[in-house]
Design a protein around this ligand. Structure first.
Ligand SMILES: NC(=O)c1ccc[n+]([C@@H]2O[C@H](COP(=O)([O-])OP(=O)(O)OC[C@H]3O[C@@H](n4cnc5c(N)ncnc54)[C@H](O)[C@@H]3O)[C@@H](O)[C@H]2O)c1
Length: 265
């Protein structure tokens, strides 16, 4: 049997990087897309070297996952490198959006006094939500999925709750969860499951950019029954186990992977 592959959008950091390491350790070859300048590229190179040191393949692309031409080029390279039916897991873990009020407070000044623009809102929903659909379409068309594959998309509690300045990303998360439900029913006949993964508050580069992140961390620490925040490795370990063949009946869910943070009072 061919070695299974995972494709990770957002491979160079946070959940994506932890998943790359965990799946490589579990025997997967890793394809990844990321969008980074020099410092991020150094991290991506180090990650690829770690994966190769584990005896696995690492095939990374530093491109905008939401750009149609770059996606077409990347898909051509993936189709050439991956045997048909070898893609067992597709993880959408992109963090790139505008964090801004829709209607700023009357007291706001400078850049904070400007509400989100159409371009910013469209871009955020496109990158963090709609791109899942276009990649899934192409991966199916290329025949890369197997008959027991998994699609995971990283959502957040912003899909159903409001947080100051998080509105555009909230909208993207609501769209992402709707897309996952739709893919779950459309792809079930092909043996592909689709689930949203709702991680707890996790210290990553993306978290630091959320306005008031300190308050989010404080609240999460107060609620998480484990007395600590979620780590990317906590989530990656669950994803590896959820990718086992016996979980194929688990489809179309929003799975909380937060150590019990969300259900704790
Ligand atoms: N950190 C948290 O507390 C938390 C909690 C729940 C859900 N999430 C979600 O998890 C996902 C990943 O977040 P993270 O915290 O790991 O972020 P991160 O900033 O650590 O990593 C983001 C990754 O996305 C890549 N990326 C961004 N825009 C891209 C683009 N246009 N094309 C290609 N690659 C691009 C970056 O290069 C990087 O690899 C996000 O969807 C985020 O909303 C995060």
């Amino acid at each position: 049997m061919d070695t299974p592959w995972i494709l990770i959008l957002g491979v160079s950091s946070g959940f994506g990087a932890a998943a790359a390491r965990a799946f490589a350790a579990a025997g997967y070859d890793v394809a990844g897309v990321h969008l980074d300048r020099r410092a991020g590229q150094v991290l991506a190179d180090a990650l690829a070297a770690d994966i190769r040191a584990m005896g696995r393949q690492a095939l990374f692309f530093n491109v905008n996952a939401a750009d149609d031409e770059r996606r077409a080029e990347t898909m051509a390279a993936l189709s050439a490198a991956l045997p048909a039916g070898s893609l067992r897991v597709f993880l959408h873990s992109l963090a790139f959006g505008t964090l801004k009020a829709f209607v700023p407070a009357a007291t706001a000044t400078g850049n904070d006094a400007k509400g989100v623009t159409r371009k910013q809102l469209d871009m955020t929903v496109d990158v963090m939500g709609n791109s899942l659909v276009y990649w899934s379409q192409d991966l199916v068309a290329a025949g890369l999925f197997s008959d027991n594959s998994r699609i995971y998309a990283m959502t957040s509690s912003g899909s159903h709750m409001a947080w100051p300045g998080y509105g555009p990303v909230s909208a993207a998360k609501a769209a992402l969860e709707a897309h996952i439900r739709q893919l779950a029913i459309e792809l079930a006949p092909r043996g592909i499951t689709a689930n949203s993964i709702l991680a707890g508050v996790t210290p990553t580069a993306a978290l630091e950019k959320i306005p008031g992140a300190g308050k989010l961390i404080e609240k999460a620490l107060g609620r998480n029954p484990n007395g600590r925040l979620t780590t990317p490795e906590d989530v990656a370990a669950c994803l590896v186990d959820l990718a086992r063949p016996g979980t194929r009946w688990l489809n179309g869910n929003v799975l909380r992977v937060d150590g019990g943070e969300d259900c704790s009072g």
